[in-house]
Design a protein around this ligand. Sequence first.
Ligand code: HEM
Length: 438
Amino acid sequence: MTEASDLVPEAPEPAEGSGARPGLSRRGLLGLIGAGTAGLAIGAGVGAAITASVTASGGASTAAVHPFFGAHQAGITTPVQDHLHFAAFDVDDDTTRDELVALLQDWSYAAARMTQGLDVSASGAVGGSPQAPPDDTGEALGLPASALTVTFGVGPGLFEKDGIDRFGLAARRPAELTELPAFLGDDLDPLASGGDLCVQACADDPQIAVHAVRNLTRIAFGRATLRWSQLGFGRTSKTTVAQTTPRNLFGFKDGTANILADDVAALDEHVWVPAADGPAWLVGGSYLVARRIRQTIEVWDRLRLAEQERTVGRSKGEGAPLSGGTENTDPDFEAAGESASPAIDVASHVRLAHPDFNDGTRMLRRGYNFVDGNDDLGALNAGLFFLSFQRSPQQFITVQRALAKDLLSEYLRHVGSGVWAVPPGAREGSYVGAGLFA
Ligand code: HEM
């Protein structure tokens, strides 16, 4: 990561409407946000200067750097990176509305810097007082931005918890933003589910993704507390034509029929919240569903290849539909198989998840493989950390309900879950979620 000292331009005045109020940050990291009068501001000049400096700095210029500001948050249509650190937070009971606003401002400020390959603050890991803990934890020093994106979401509990409207936001909650219903076969751990806020950090270097979540957790200290987090080590989808289709832990290509970044019509129809849906603060945003799905891979690995393929509905090698063709051939659900039954089993995953059988429902999938050690029987604690972005959580609910009778579900256990509204991207000089408090 580039050393911050040469790169940080003078902090501008707080942007009009950003709500930046230095006094609000006293419970945060003082070196990062409280010392100056404008530590929270993320001015247009800052973004531009950082980008230019990173480009001029050598090492970092070779790695992908994604802009933090824009119409949509990065980390949705961005080419899926190789690694994930996902985190869900609960806002502390004694946090005020102003402190919540300050937290979101501080997070945007730090995220904007980290995504450009910078430390979280001007003094960063080694530029501050030797007598004080550094603002930045330091493990990303010398590393490039590594395509880092940081995507923020707000959960149902931010609007109302136990019947209490903690932050005066209850009236602004979109009707769709409620906890997901129970699904057949759910075995959810409440401590690894939900959360008032979420952070999805994706990068091509796991150290960079972990650094982002670690530092955002530290910045939240005194205002929000980490509830649960998940590491993912291998992408299980693609979001651009240029990316190859990766494989999940069942060994199958995953992401073939995903919505891709250049399919603007599909994104508008299925992923971005339109003005017609509202609320206004969420237009251009999306809804994120996370499911921690344990895969019983030892059982799966004992299945005959033909049975594995029947379960998915695609071939294992090519990823082609069992009705024939190559990976990108459309499945033909009417095509006959060897016996009288269809080539693609009626209970296969691709058939039951397909838009043809779900009123045209689609979603943008962005999940990751995980392996979190093993259980005491020697089975890997492994699976898919499923992430999907959609215009309404109802899209996920529709498909997940259809998958209740899916052949694949015999080898899956949903153990964690969450849903968040993902605000649109911040304009330069503002912060993610500003519209919610306007
Ligand atoms: C561990 C769990 C899962 C595994 C291993 C898995 C695997 C796969 C595979 C191999 C494909 C075919 C390739 C592709 O088009 O991407 C696929 C497609 C798909 N999956 Fe999953 N999946 C899982 C969970 C889910 C869940 C929870 C949902 C949503 C509720 C879902 C929705 C879809 C959709 C929408 C498609 C594309 C169907 C199409 O349009 O052809 N999957 N999945």
